[in-house]
Design a protein around this ligand. Structure first.
Ligand code: SF4
Ligand code: SF4
Length: 337
């Protein structure tokens, strides 16, 4: 196995930045960390969970999908070579889930053009990023099992480099690396994993809530109570790495000229499931919240890609950002109780 000396990390990223737009942990002026275009003077390896998941790299909040100019139709597929550096394993799993959804019946060309051209370098998680992380319960962390091109493990003065794909192997060309005995490297990775797992507590309420929902034994009053509190901001869906719903709208700027765009949508909005007749199968906020959480905990668009654990990757962002505390952690605890 290979190792990369920590002092050579920026050199390596600069080599990648010659070929890709590298998105990496970046310090903002208010001290937060976001994933942004690599700038050496703002790059940091001392970062916690960023507020937004990397889903926006392939599925922007607003995206023009075609234009009409002087009555001529022109499809817009905006893809470029990107490298996501330093994402965590929960977000890697989120990207896998979003890619499954975007390729299920018919490939979403806009998403997949970008995803196919993007490389991923995961930074294995040494422990919880904050008190809302529960990736060990949803089997999506603390280290990525698949999907990544490269995965780095932080070990004192070096990163251990795990190669996940042939594209990952190619990424190592020209990077200053050293060799480490495979047996020793595997033992160090196993120790890293075990230590991280010990630090990220299992949330038993997730499994209990999943079982109750599956058996239709969840108390409906939970939804009524949360439904009365929800302010319908949509924030939980927007920060969620596996939420992929969108709305489509047309805009005519002048006769013969215009565009079609799509924007993020949220199943918490009253209009999301309202039908043309005016009938709304999810007519109350309680029903909308129920459906959202069933979708996260029971069924991810019919795709079972985590061996039974479904549309939630345990990143905890919905609990971090819901202004009235209706994140998945709060919901599963209420159902379990
Ligand atoms: S439902 Fe919440 S905890 Fe689960 S993946 Fe989405 S934002 Fe993260
Ligand atoms: S973030 Fe909270 S308040 Fe906003 S829509 Fe989601 S559950 Fe409702």
């Amino acid at each position: 196995m290979k190792t990369l000396a920590k002092k050579d990390l920026v050199k390596a990223i600069n080599i990648w930045a010659d070929k890709f737009e590298v998105l990496s942990p970046t310090k903002t002026t208010n001290g937060d960390c976001i994933f942004d275009t690599f700038q050496e003077n703002k790059f940091t390896t001392d970062y916690k969970k960023p507020p937004l998941s990397p889903k926006a790299s392939f599925f922007p909040q607003t995206e023009v999908i075609f234009k009409v100019e002087k009555n001529e139709y022109r499809e817009v597929v905006a893809a470029k070579k990107m490298l996501l550096f330093g994402i965590r394993s929960c977000d890697m799993m989120g990207l896998l889930q979003a890619a499954s959804f975007m390729s299920r019946d018919k490939k979403d060309v806009y998403y997949n053009a970008k995803r196919d051209m993007a490389a991923t370098v995961v930074m294995a998680c040494p422990g919880p990023q904050n008190e809302t992380c529960f990736c060990t319960t949803t089997l999506s962390g603390p280290v990525a099992k698949k999907g990544f091109d490269l995965q780095l493990y932080d070990m004192d003065n070096v990163y251990l480099v795990e190669v996940g794909t042939p594209r990952g192997e190619k990424l190592l060309s020209g990077i200053p690396l050293a060799d480490m005995d495979d047996g020793l490297a595997k033992r160090q990775i196993e120790e890293f994993k075990q230590k991280a797992v010990r630090n990220i507590p299992e949330v038993k309420a997730v499994i209990e809530a999943m079982n109750k929902l599956k058996d239709h034994k969840a108390d409906e009053k939970v939804w009524d109570s949360f439904g009365q509190k929800c302010i319908t901001c949509g924030g939980c869906a927007f920060v969620c790495p596996t939420c992929t719903c969108f709305n489509v709208y047309d805009h005519q700027s002048s006769p013969g000229n215009g565009l079609r765009a799509r924007t993020w949508d949220a199943c918490l909005y009253g209009g999301f499931t309202r039908e043309a007749s005016g009938h709304n199968p999810r007519s109350s906020q309680a029903l909308r919240l129920k459906r959202r959480h069933e979708h996260k905990l029971l069924d991810f668009n019919g795709i079972d890609i985590q061996g039974g654990l479904c549309g939630c990757v345990g990143c905890g962002r919905c609990s971090d950002y819901c202004p009235v505390h209706i994140g998945t952690l709060e919901v599963v605890k209420a159902i379990a109780e």
